[in-house]
Design a protein around this ligand. Sequence first.
Ligand SMILES: [Ca+2]
Length: 137
Amino acid sequence: MRNTWKKMAVSVGIAALAVVGLAAPASAAEDCKVGYWCGWVDINYSGQVRGSSYNKYAAEGAWINNKMSSASANGKSCWYTYFYDAGDWTGAHYTLYSKTGMGYNFKDPDLRNGAGFDGSSTNWNDRVSSVQFGYCQ
Ligand SMILES: [Ca+2]
């Protein structure tokens, strides 16, 4: 009997390890799939998310329009992602680099206090209306 409890305890321990092993990759919620940019409706990469691998994405008319509060970029061959205030890839924009291509400055958890290397002093919360990849290799 004693031996059986010991075996059960070992099994439970292994099961717990397996769960931890599976859960670990999901913790990097801000990591967008390679070839995509991602935008979330809430800060800290939470809430509904919209991503796209298209070279140009028009948010106008889509639910994400003027709703983005955090963002991440992971272009595959295009190392910049431009997030524009207006539709048709016009108006002011901020730029995130690609996680895969550049490895830094590729995400922003809170667009209210600025975003990207060129939008650092601007409130970008709930403003993005079009997105485009750039600096393609
Ligand atoms: Ca806008």
